[in-house]
Ligand binder design. Structure first.
Ligand SMILES: NC(=O)c1ccc[n+]([C@@H]2O[C@H](COP(=O)([O-])OP(=O)(O)OC[C@H]3O[C@@H](n4cnc5c(N)ncnc54)[C@H](OP(=O)(O)O)[C@@H]3O)[C@@H](O)[C@H]2O)c1
Length: 247
C-alpha cells in the first residue's frame, strides 16, 4: 500500500541504535530522504548507507538546535533516541544522579527534539515519539525509565497533539510503545529464561524485532495511512497485559 512518504525528508534520532536503524531503513525503503542521527555510534549510522548522517547529544539544547539547522527542512521526525539504565535499582536506593540522567536522556531530549522539529515545520508534518510498555505498566527497578516514558506518551504527546495544529492545521503527533525488543539496549538481558518470564503476559509469546516497531513508526508517520490519526499510542508488544510480579 502507498505510504506517501516518497521524497519526504525524514529525521530519525537514535538511528545508530537497534530500533532507530530499522526505522531509517524502513523510511528509506519507502523512498524517503532519510537523515540519520547518532550520538556516539557514528559508524553504525554510516553503515545504513544512502543517508545523511548527523551527530548530536540530544540532552544538549545547543546541539539539538544545531542538528536541526544542519538537517534543513523536514517533513517527518521519528524521535527514537533514548536510554535504559540496565541495573535494577528500587526507588529507595535510586540516586538523584541516575534519576536526572534518565529523565534528561529520554524526556528532555524528546522535548528538545519536538521543539526544534516544530519550529521549522511548514506544511503537513508528522512527529512520532517512542515510549515503552514501562510507561504503561511500570517497571520495578526502573522507575526513572518508566516515569520518563509515561511522560512522553502521556502529558507530552497529548499536549503536543493539540499544539501542532497551531503550527500547521494538518500536522500530527503519535507514539509507539514498544515492549521488549531485541536491540543493543537489551543485549544480555533476553536469555531464554527471561523471554519465558516476560512473555507470560503476552498473547504473542515473543520478544519483538526492531522491524516490528519500525513498521508501526512508518505507518504512523505516513500521511496516507494515518492522515486522520493523531495523539495515539500504538503498543508494539504482542498484546502484553502487564508485568509478572510474583513467580
Ligand atoms: N529495546 C527495547 O526493548 C525497547 C523497549 C521499549 C522502548 N524502547 C525505546 O526505543 C528507543 C530505541 O531503543 P533501542 O532498543 O534501539 O536502543 P539502542 O540500540 O541502545 O539505541 C539507543 C539510541 O539512542 C541514542 N542515544 C542515547 N542517548 C543519547 C543522547 N544523549 N543523545 C543522542 N542520542 C542518544 C543512541 O545513540 P549512540 O548509540 O550513537 O550513542 C542510540 O542511537 C529508546 O527510546 C528506548 O527507550 C526500547
Amino acid at each position: 500500500m502507498e505510504t506517501g512518504l516518497a521524497g519526504k525528508r525524514v529525521l530519525v534520532t537514535g538511528a545508530s541504535g537497534g530500533i532507530g536503524s530499522a526505522c531509517a531503513r524502513a523510511f528509506a525503503a519507502e523512498g524517503a530522504e532519510v537523515i540519520a542521527h547518532y550520538h556516539r555510534g557514528r559508524e553504525r549510522a554510516e553503515a545504513l548507507g544512502a543517508v545523511t548522517v548527523l551527530g548530536a547529544d540530544l540532552t544538549d539544547e545547543e546541539q539539538v538546535d544545531h542538528l536541526f539547522a544542519e538537517a534543513g527542512r523536514l517533513d517527518v521526525c521519528a524521535a527514537v533516541a533514548g536510554i535504559w539504565p540496565a541495573e535494577d535499582v528500587p526507588v529507595w536506593e535510586l540516586s538523584l544522579e541516575r534519576w536526572r540522567a534518565t529523565l534528561d536522556a529520554n524526556l528532555t531530549a524528546t522535548f528538545l527534539t519536538a521543539r526544534a522539529f516544530l519550529r521549522q515545520l511548514e506544511g503537513d508534518g508528522s512527529l512520532v515519539l517512542v515510549g515503552s510498555t514501562a510507561g504503561l505498566f511500570g517497571e520495578a527497578g526502573h522507575a526513572d525509565y518508566a516515569a520518563s516514558k509515561s511522560a512522553i506518551i502521556g502529558g507530552l504527546l497529548l499536549s503536543l497533539k493539540n499544539e501542532v495544529v497551531r503550527r500547521s492545521p494538518r500536522a500530527r503527533v503519535n507514539a509507539v510503545a514498544p515492549g521488549w525488543t531485541e536491540s543493543p539496549m537489551t543485549r544480555g538481558h533476553v536469555s531464554d529464561e527471561q523471554v519465558r518470564r516476560v512473555s507470560r503476559t503476552m498473547a504473542l509469546r515473543k520478544v519483538a524485532q526492531p522491524d516490528d516497531v519500525a513498521r508501526q513508526v512508518v505507518v504512523l508517520a505516513s500521511p496516507h495511512l494515518s492522515g486522520h490519526v493523531t495523539g495515539q499510542v500504538v503498543t508494539v508488544a504482542g498484546g502484553m497485559e502487564g508485568r509478572v510480579v510474583h513467580e
